[in-house]
Design a protein around this ligand. Structure first.
Ligand code: GLC
Length: 637
């Protein structure tokens, strides 16, 4: 089965064809639709206004703005690089972000984050025009920067649920927890289509299949923006990383130890459109307000400097009316020899806001000079600022009758049991059962003794993976409020059942069954790229723990906590049952629900599972295409 959309869709993607077929479809439907008397017709929900509907109001503000105020709006500083909160006001900054680990100086707590947001927003509101900032974070699986937030399964697990309504609900809850800190923008959903699971960002992708990515990405946009950009309970969404970030060729990575990340996607335009562009269309349709161009290249050209991809395709052909925010210092890579030229090329290509982190002063000085020298036309500056202000008007940020400080009433539901219950359900639905010999699963809650082992059995940090509190995540008790898999097993069994534990799998003899939780430790981006084939195999400590538990002569259930399929052949063959749990986040009870049969597994693989590293990247159409498990595989009971 191929997971590509055939090239003919690539031509259909052309907006002109889409309009034609849409009109045909509407005409067809109208012809066969039973006519409902108007009085009984259900209330028609008004679609949210188009961003360009705000242009009259935007242009009235634009006409008052100085060049300094315009360039300021196009500048996004990182909190950790902000020399002084007053820079937000004195430099008229349009946005601030907190990259992974960029916590408030006052520490990592709900209160500290909320106070930090209010401090910076207050600065912005004191400027001559009082244009509020957009504050952005990578809330990619919950408000994962903030201690105590609910951490949901990463996208690879959500892809296995095939449940768009669940993805929308998770995004809606995430938006509530983000807004509880005042923050109003998340750099999500990631609508990447990872085509080589050796990429360190595979787990940020929903699937290898563009169609599933398209469906779940749009669901996430609807959830984050919660019915429209003007909803103070929603946040501005950001589809990323445009375009082809998941299709780079092995060995073209931007850094020596990262063979894939930020590399070069070497495909023809039809493939670029059908595999990597098609997932953006439903997100555009859902009204996503911002898009983040990728660090990566297409056939040797940095996407963040490509006028064809940023302006001709995205803005002109597809009619995107929001704004483009660069990735973290990604503009630098457009022309590494000279920052001013890099800025010139990226802004003229269509980049609207620079995520320039700690070099915001240099960005402002260079872009101002480029305009004064005529190397960046004022029309381009005005177009970028118009797009940014459109979004701010649509979000109600330009309405001076509304408060733009944090709504602290939302803190009551931050990390709540209700939110955790949704995360637990997502964990249940994300697990994929790969093997179940002699009905080893479901386990009995009244067994005399269950022995639990493995490095990830009692480890929230491993369950959550990267982008959790720290950019790279970290093993251990990374954030409070969650439930490890060991704790979940203990929660599930009867009072008479003994649950013993050893990370190395020792001491299992005599137990009724063993549960071994193994896999990967946290990583993010290029740090997770597979550099050596051996890294795709199970870690030696995991194999040793499995052998120790197996030697006890008891049935062994393996639970794999990983950001991608790994090479598992030997252990799989000897295991009695094997469950792929991906990166489930903080709610380990969802794993126990499946292990004990309170929920029969329904998850289906959203990535083809390799038999060996030599098969990667998969050629889905090859005659000898012979993976260990195909896309959509998943047992139940
Ligand atoms: C990172 C990532 C991007 C993220 C941004 C801000 O490098 O590539 O996904 O949104 O920087 O943290």
């Amino acid at each position: 089965m191929t997971h590509r959309t055939t090239p003919w869709l690539a031509s259909l993607i052309n907006a002109g064809a889409l309009v034609f077929f849409s009109l045909m479809l509407v005409a067809g439907l109208a012809a066969c639709e039973p006519t409902t008397p108007v009085s009984e017709a259900p209330p028609v929900e008004e679609p949210p206004p188009a961003l360009s509907d705000f242009d009259a109001q935007v242009d009235a503000v634009l006409a008052q703005m100085t060049l300094a105020e315009k360039v300021g709006q196009m500048t996004q500083a990182d909190l950790s690089g902000l020399e002084d909160p007053t820079d937000v006001a004195t430099l008229f900054l349009g946005s601030v972000l907190s990259g992974g680990g960029s916590d408030p100086a006052a520490g990592n707590s709900l209160e500290a984050w909320t106070n930090q947001y209010d401090t910076l927003q207050t600065q912005a509101l004191q400027t001559r025009l009082g244009i509020p900032i957009l504050y952005g974070v990578d809330a990619v699986h919950g408000h994962n920067n903030v201690l105590g937030a609910v951490v949901f399964p990463h996208n690879i697990g959500l892809g296995a649920t095939r449940n768009a309504d669940l993805v929308e609900e998770i995004a809606r809850i995430t938006a509530l927890e983000v807004r509880a800190t005042g923050i109003n923008w998340t750099f999500a959903p990631c609508v990447t289509v990872p085509r080589d699971v050796r990429w360190g960002r595979t787990y940020e992708g929903f699937a290898e299949d563009p169609g599933l990515v398209a469906e779940l990405g749009a669901a996430a946009v609807r959830g984050y923006q919660n019915g429209g950009l003007d909803n103070p309970l929603g946040v501005l969404a950001n589809a990323k990383h445009y375009l082809g970030d998941g299709g780079t060729a092995y060995g073209t990575g931007n850094f020596p130890n990262a063979p894939l990340d930020q590399g070069d996607t070497q495909v023809d335009e039809a493939t670029l459109r059908s595999v990597h562009l098609s997932p953006y269309l439903p997100s555009l349709e859902a009204g996503v307000g911002t898009i983040m161009p990728s660090y990566s290249s297409w056939n040797g050209e940095k996407v963040s400097g490509s006028k064809y991809l940023l302006t001709d395709v995205l803005k002109d052909e597809l009619g995107f009316e929001g704004f483009l925010v660069s990735d973290w210092n990604a503009i630098d890579q457009v022309y590494p020899d000279d920052y001013k030229t890099a800025i010139e090329r990226s802004i003229n290509a269509g980049m609207d806001m620079g995520m320039v982190t700690n070099q915001y002063r240099a960005f402002i000085e260079n872009l101002t000079a480029l305009v004064e020298e005529g190397r960046v036309p004022m029309e381009r500056i005005d177009d970028a600022v118009r797009r940014i202000l459109r979004v701010k008007f649509a979000m109600g940020l330009m309405d001076s009758t509304r408060s733009h400080l944090a709504d602290r009433s939302l803190q009551a539901s931050f990390g709540s049991a209700e939110h955790r219950a949704v995360a637990r359900d997502a964990v249940r639905q994300s697990l994929v059962l790969l093997k179940n010999e002699a009905n080893t699963l479901p386990l009995s809650k009244t067994a005399a003794r269950i022995h639990v082992g493995g490095k990830s059995a009692d480890n929230i940090g491993n369950m959550a993976g990267g982008w959790t509190i720290q950019w790279q995540g970290e093993s251990g008790e990374v954030t409070p409020g969650g439930t490890t898999i060991l704790q979940a097993i203990r929660n599930a069994v009867s009072a008479n059942t003994e649950v013993t534990m050893s990370e190395d799998g020792s001491g299992a003899a005599g137990a009724d069954v063993g549960v071994l939780v193994i896999g990967e430790t946290p990583y993010a981006e290029g740090f997770g790229d597979i550099r050596e084939d051996t890294q795709m195999a199970l870690a030696e400590e995991d194999v040793a723990a499995f052998n120790a538990m197996k030697a006890a002569g008891i049935p062994v259930v393996v639970v794999l906590v990983s950001g991608r399929p790994l090479i598992i052949n030997d252990v799989l063959e000897q295991a009695d049952a094997f469950v792929a749990a991906w990166l489930p986040g903080t709610e380990g009870d969802g794993v126990a629900d499946v292990l004990f049969g309170d929920y029969g597994p329904t998850g289906k693989l959203s990535f083809t599972w390799p038999r060996s590293v030599d098969q990667l990247p998969f050629d889905y159409d090859a005659e000898d295409f012979d993976p260990l498990f195909e896309y959509n595989y998943g047992l139940t009971y």
